[in-house]
Write a protein that binds this ligand. Sequence first.
Ligand SMILES: [Zn+2]
Length: 217
Amino acid sequence: MLIVVDPGHGGLDSGAVGNGFFEKDINLSVSLKLRDILEANNVDIILTRDKDITLGLSERCDIANKNKADYFISIHCNSFKDSTAKGTETYSYPGSISGGKLAKSIQQAIVTNLNTVDRGVKTANFYVLHHTNMTAVLVELGFITNKEDLDLILNKRNLFAISISNGILNNIGLKQISKSDSIEKLHQMGFISDYYDPESYVKWKDIADALLKIIGG
Ligand SMILES: [Zn+2]
């Protein structure tokens, strides 16, 4: 099982710009988290880029096609001149039944976990959906031009990544990452800084930071 994760834009192409943030940076940070979560679930992952470099659309497709990936997941943020536009939408290639199913699974996971506006599953003749040989979807996490969506993405990157991972794993019938009420509670109380994947490893620094917060150090 090989999944290619594609952080949209990069380098000279910033993607959408909103509230002082570049889409390329958000796409990359969510994709890096998604890689870590999927790797923790023993799924092989290739990122089309793991840093801020310029990469053409055909190069992204080539990476997936040459490596004979099973799935291609492109991560993007939306934008619109009207800053009230917000919500999540997921695209597949017109007529792709497997793409439509995967898009639906990812869309539902994000909307359920993040409470974003459900703009639905859509089809479009996007280059990376058309020129990849495998099941491919493009996720628009939310609108970078909408303050609420942007704050949510910036503060809950990990939960976006977990949701996309859950959507993928559910769809392909692999073990789903379990949710953890205790992690959520500790995060809300401020003892840990993010919604961590319950199955992922902990660094000593994280433990030390959490302990210091508990003893007020
Ligand atoms: Zn984009």
